[in-house]
Write a protein that binds this ligand. Structure first.
Ligand code: C2E
Ligand code: MG
Ligand code: MG
Ligand code: MG
Length: 287
């Protein structure tokens, strides 16, 4: 009996594994065609000053709407693109679309997520330079977001490229800070311009005094090291209040705005009041 149910379970397991790997294959196949047919489009999520809520920049997030499969999340297609080598092409597309947007967003910076695999490509820095020049965008307006996993792969080469990007005038942000294991080591290894505190940390801020103490220390340390801090995934007024209390510089999250297409972003920015007193802020933040 036990044997039979054991076998039953393994059959279920094997068939769901089969479904998962079929899906992976489908997505990888569809990627190539999707790129050729222009199915990928950046959306933009505002980053605002934590105190005044004035927009300072946007993060570019890739969206994929497949005519048959529907919308596929970056959490699924980015790893797929990394597996099948299309991440470089997708990465160039993101940089091009982001730089086009930067032209019309004028003084707002545009942050683009970069896969570790892109930074392992020896041609990456010159391709960034070419795209910036082609679009006529000032390098300081381009921010590149990298994660800690980057440096596990090939630290010296990746660091060299990050330094070259810095010299170009591009800003470099450490994304998802607090989710990795050796965060502090990375901060010593490379002078990031910005530290993005992961939303899992932000979430725990309102609930746990120890999390608050840790993030508070991180923010102070970042300031000493000359880095700006961004709180990611701020969803509530309570979270915003704590983020302000620990003097985080910038805020990004659903409370302020969700990622949106460029056309929507134009309206969002146009309907935005110029910076005012901080105590007027709470009534202005909600749509
Ligand atoms: P990320 O860079 O950490 O981006 C932040 C993610 O959090 C985005 O998810 C965003 O939509 C989501 N988010 C923002 N505010 C909130 C909030 O208040 N609450 C919640 N629950 N979520 C919020 P998204 O767009 O699904 O992207 C997921 C990840 O995929 C990104 O994480 C990034 O690592 C990667 N990604 C997205 N676009 C690109 C791209 O063009 N290139 C590369 N290499 N990676 C990308
Ligand atoms: Mg990011
Ligand atoms: Mg992040
Ligand atoms: Mg993330």
């Amino acid at each position: 009996d036990a044997k039979r149910s054991g076998r039953g379970r393994s059959v279920v397991y094997a068939s769901s594994l089969g479904a998962a790997s079929r899906r992976m294959h489908t997505v990888e196949q569809a990627l190539r065609e999707g790129l050729a047919q222009g199915q990928f489009e950046l959306h933009f999520q505002p980053k605002v000053d934590a105190r005044s809520l004035q927009a300072l920049g946007v993060e570019a997030l890739m969206r994929w709407e497949h005519p048959v499969l529907g919308s596929i999340s970056p959490g699924e297609f980015i790893p797929a693109a990394e597996r099948c080598g299309l991440i470089h092409e997708l990465g160039v597309l993101a940089l091009q679309q982001a730089c086009q947007a930067a032209r019309e967003l004028r003084e707002l910076n545009v942050a683009v997520n970069v896969s570790p695999l892109q930074l392992m490509d020896p041609g990456f820095v010159s391709s960034v330079e070419r795209i910036l020049r082609g679009a006529g965008v000032a390098p300081r307006l381009l921010h590149l977001e990298v994660t800690e996993s980057l440096m596990l792969e090939d630290a010296p080469a990746a660091l060299k490229r990050l330094h070259a990007l810095r010299e170009l005038g591009v800003q470099v942000a450490l994304d998802d800070f607090g989710t990795g294991f050796s965060s502090l080591a990375y901060l010593r290894a490379f002078p990031f311009h910005t530290l993005k505190i992961d939303r899992s940390f932000v979430r725990s801020l309102t609930e746990h005094a120890d999390a608050r103490a840790i993030v508070n220390t991180i923010v102070k340390m970042a300031r000493v090291l000359g880095m700006r801090t961004v709180a990611e995934g701020v969803e509530s007024e309570r979270e915003l209040a704590v983020v302000r209390a620990i003097q985080c510089d910038e805020v990004q999250g659903y409370l302020v705005a969700r990622p949106m297409p460029l056309t929507k972003l134009r309206d969002w920015l146009a309907g935005r009041p110029v910076t005012g007193p901080v105590d007027e802020v709470d009534s202005r933040i909600m749509p």
